[in-house]
Design a protein around this ligand. Structure first.
Ligand code: FAD
Length: 621
C-alpha cells in the first residue's frame, strides 16, 4: 500500500547515526519518519556500552553542542566517568563514560518519542524508490510505500551481515538481530562502490562467576565528570567500579591452539577489521613478544550481572573462548553468557558522497554511520546529525551546512572520509585534527552552538544556558585582566608558597594564571569574587593559559582559509597543468576536489603541486 502521508525526510535505521539523524531533521522542522527494524533496539549499543574516550568525546560534545542526544543519554546512563589524559594538555583530554546499556537506550527512546515532527515506524526497509536519479521514498518488508523528499540510510553492520564464531557462520545484523539482505542486494544495483569490512566483540561474562578480589580496581574520577554541556552530576545514576585483569602465557597458548579454526586466520573472513580495536587473536599474532595484555572488566549495567571484558574481542570457536577466558586471573570459574563473534558487512566508499553526506549519484539519498566505513557510536552519531541537518535543509529549501576542519572534529572526519575514503574501519583520534588546540572537547559549544541556533536545531533552553555561559566567560576574563596584584601586598603573600619565582612587578590575575605553577583556583579569589559557573571558570583558565598557542593556530587557519575559499571548477582540466606529475593528475581527477584546500589534503599532494594549480587558476582568469 501507499502510506497516505508524505514525509520530508525518512531515516532508515534506529542506531546511533539514525537516531541523531532523525532528531536533527525533526529539530530543523522537517516532517521526519524513523523507520527501523525494531523499536525495542533504538539506540542499542552493539558492542561495549561506553561512550567517549580519546578523540571520540570530542565528537560527542560536538553533537551535544548542536543539541543532539548522545551526551544527554550518557549523563543519564553513565555508571562510571573518567577523564582520560587528565594530566596532559586540554587539547587531548577526553571524557569517557561506561554506560548502563538499558538506561542509555531508554533515554534515547524517550528523547525520540518526545521529539516534535518525528514519527517512528517499526519494519525493515527492503527497497528504495528511485525515479530517474532521485530518491523518492522507501518500500518496507511488507510492501508499504513511504514517500519522502529525502532518505537517509544508516543501516550499520546490517547490510549483508554475516556473523562468524569459529568456522560456523550465519546471516545476522548483530547477535540476535536479522540482517538487511534484500536492501543490501538492491543497493548493489546502484552506481555506488561497495566493499566488505568486519568488526568483532568479546564474549560477555556473568559477574557472579568472577573473583574480583584478585583484580585491580579501577574507580571513576571524583568529582565525577559530566558529558553534556547541559548535564549535571545530579543526573548520574549510581556510580560503580570497573576492574582490570590480564591475559598471560597460558591464555596466549590456548589462543594459538585455536588459530586453525579461526575464521580470520583461515581466510574465511575477507573484510578488514578495526586496526585500533583488534581481536585478541590478532593481538597475540601482531605483538608476539608481549607476554600479557591488559583487560578492562566493565559492568554492562546496574540491573544486570553481565560484564564486558574489554580487550578480548574474538571470533575463535566457543571452546577456545571459554578456555582463554578461564585462563585469566579472576575468571577461573567464569560463565560466558554470550559468545564473542565477528561480523562482516557491506560498506560504501565514502568518496562517492558529498560533504553533506548526500550520495553523488542519487539525488536526495544520504548515507551516515558504519555504512560509510567508520566504526564507533560517536562517529556514527556525528555523521547522522550532519546528514539530518542537510537532508532537512534541502527538503525545506534552506541552506545546508557542514563544519570545516578548523571548526570541528565532525569536519575533520567528514573531510577525511570524503577526500581519502577508507579501506579499514575509520575511528576518530585527536591526531587526525591539525588544529587540535582549538578543537578541544571543552569548547565544542563555543565553536558550534551559535551555528546550531542559526540552523534551527538548538532549542531555547540550551541557547539560554549557552548565552549565560558565554557572558560569564567574557565578564570573568575581563575581571581577571583588570584586577592587579602588587608585589609585597597581602594578596601576593598568599601566593608566595606556590610561586617558583617571586613577583617582581605588578601582575594582573590573568597574567598570574598564565604562569605554569598557577591555575584559576589559586588566583581567582585573591581579589573580588570568582565566577560561580564551573564550565565558565574552566574555559577562562584554558583560554588564558594557552592564549599564545591558540593565537598562532588561528593565524595558520586564516592562511588555510584563503585556500579553502579558492574553488576548483568542476571542469578543471588537470592534464593542462604543466609540471604536475601523472600520479597527482590522476588523483585529482579521481577525487574531484571542490577547493584548493581539499586538493592539498589529497594523499601525496605537495605544496609545489598546489602552487602549480594556483598559477594555472590565475592564468585561466
Ligand atoms: P547500528 O548501530 O548498527 O544501527 C543500525 C540500525 O539500523 C539498527 O537499529 C538496525 O536495526 C537498523 N537497520 C538496519 N537495516 C535496516 C533496514 N533495512 N530497515 C530498517 N532498519 C534497519 N565500534 C567500536 O568503536 N569498537 C568496536 O570494537 C566495535 N565492535 C563492534 C562489534 C560488533 C559485533 C558490532 C555489531 C559492532 C561493533 N562496533 C564497534 C560498532 C558500533 O556498534 C557501530 O559503530 C555503531 O553502532 C554504528 O552505528 P550505526 O548507527 O551506523 O549502526
Amino acid at each position: 500500500m501507499d502510506y497516505p502521508d508524505h514525509f520530508d525526510v525518512i531515516v532508515i535505521g534506529g542506531g546511533h547515526a539514525g537516531t541523531e539523524a532523525a532528531l536533527a531533521s525533526a529539530r530543523m522542522g522537517a516532517n521526519t519518519l524513523l523507520l527501523t527494524h525494531n523499536i525495542e533496539t533504538l539506540g542499542q549499543m552493539s558492542c561495549n556500552p561506553a561512550i567517549g574516550g580519546i578523540g571520540k568525546s570530542h565528537l560527542v560534545k560536538e553533537i551535544d553542542a548542536l543539541d543532539g542526544a548522545m551526551a544527554r543519554a550518557t549523563d543519564r546512563g553513565g555508571i562510571q566517568f573518567r577523564v582520560l589524559n587528565a594530566r596532559k594538555g586540554p587539547a587531548v583530554r577526553a571524557t569517557r563514560a561506561q554506560a548502563d546499556r538499558i538506561l542509555y537506550k531508554a533515554t534515547i527512546r524517550e528523547i525520540l518519542e518526545n521529539q516534535a515532527n518525528l514519527q517512528i515506524f517499526q519494519q525493515a526497509a527492503d527497497d528504495l524508490m528511485i525515479e530517474g536519479e532521485q530518491v523518492v521514498g522507501v518500500v518496507t518488508q511488507s510492501g508499504i510505500r513511504f514517500r519522502a523528499q529525502k532518505v537517509i540510510l544508516t543501516a550499520g553492520t546490517f547490510l549483508g551481515g554475516v556473523i562468524h564464531i569459529g568456522m560456523e557462520q550465519h546471516s545476522g545484523g548483530r547477535a540476535g538481530d536479522p540482517p538487511a539482505l534484500r536492501l543490501a542486494q538492491r543497493l548493489r544495483e546502484l552506481p555506488l562502490r561497495v566493499e566488505r569490512l568486519k568488526t568483532g566483540t568479546p564474549p560477555r561474562i556473568d559477574a557472579r562467576s568472577v573473583d574480583f578480589s584478585v583484580m585491580q580496581v579501577q574507580p571513576g574520577d571524583t568529582p565525577t565528570p559530566v558529558m553534556s554541556f547541559m548535564g549535571s552530576r545530579a543526573e548520574h545514576p549510581q556510580q560503580i567500579n570497573c576492574f582490570i585483569t590480564h591475559t598471560n602465557a597460558q591464555t596466549h597458548d590456548i589462543i594459538r591452539t585455536g588459530l586453525d579454526r579461526s575464521p580470520m586466520f583461515t581466510g574465511v573472513i575477507g573484510g578488514v577489521g578495526p586496526r585500533y580495536c583488534p581481536s585478541i587473536e590478532d593481538k597475540i599474532h601482531r605483538f608476539a613478544d608481549k607476554d600479557q595484555h591488559q583487560i578492562f572488566v566493565e559492568p554492562e549495567g546496574l540491573t544486570t550481572h553481565e560484564l564486558y571484558p574489554n580487550g578480548i574481542s574474538t571470533s575463535l570457536p566457543f571452546d577456545i573462548q571459554l578456555a582463554l577466558v578461564r585462563s585469566m586471573r579472576g575468571f577461573e570459574n567464569a560463565h560466558i553468557t554470550r559468545p564473542g563473534y565477528a561480523i562482516e558487512y557491506d560498506y560504501f566508499n565514502p568518496q562517492d558522497l558529498k560533504h553533506t553526506l548526500e550520495t553523488k549519484s542519487i539525488s536526495g539519498l544520504f548515507f551516515a554511520g558504519q555504512i560509510n566505513g567508520t566504526t564507533g557510536y560517536e562517529e556514527a552519531g556525528a555523521q547522522g546529525l550532519l546528514a539530518g541537518i542537510n537532508a532537512a535543509a534541502q527538503a525545506l529549501g534552506r541552506e545546508g551546512w557542514y563544519p570545516r576542519r578548523d571548526e570541528a572534529y565532525i569536519g575533520v572526519m567528514i573531510d577525511d572520509l570524503i577526500t581519502h575514503g577508507t579501506s579499514e574501519p575509520y575511528r576518530m583520534f585527536t591526531s587526525r585534527a591539525e588544529y587540535r588546540l582549538l578543537l578541544r572537547e571543552d569548547n565544542a559549544d563555543l565553536r558550534l552552538t551559535e551555528q546550531g541556533r542559526k540552523l534551527g536545531i538548538v532549542g531555547d533552553e540550551r541557547w539560554a544556558a549557552f548565552c549565560a555561559k558565554r557572558e560569564a566567560i567574557e565578564l570573568e576574563a575581563q575581571r581577571l585582566k583588570e584586577t592587579w596584584i602588587q608585589p609585597g601586598s597581602a594578596e601576593a603573600a598568599k601566593l608566595a608558597d606556590k610561586l617558583t619565582s617571586p613577583m617582581s612587578r605588578e601582575y594582573s590575575l590573568a597574567d598570574l594564571i598564565k604562569r605554569p605553577e598557577l591555575g584559576y583556583a589559586d588566583v581567582a579569589d585573591l581579589k573580588g569574587e570568582p565566577v560561580d559557573h564551573e564550565q565558565a571558570a574552566e574555559q577562562v583558565e584554558i583560554q588564558l593559559k594557552y592564549s599564545g598557542y591558540i593565537d598562532r593556530q588561528k593565524d595558520e587557519i586564516a592562511q588555510m582559509q584563503r585556500q579553502e575559499n579558492t574553488p576548483l571548477p568542476a571542469d578543471f582540466d588537470y592534464d593542462a597543468v604543466g609540471g604536475l606529475s601523472n600520479e597527482l593528475k590522476s588523483k585529482l581527477k579521481e577525487h574531484q576536489p571542490e577547493t584548493l584546500a581539499q586538493a592539498s589534503r589529497i594523499q601525496g599532494m605537495t605544496p609545489a603541486a598546489i602552487s602549480l594549480l594556483l598559477v594555472y587558476l590565475k592564468k585561466r582568469q
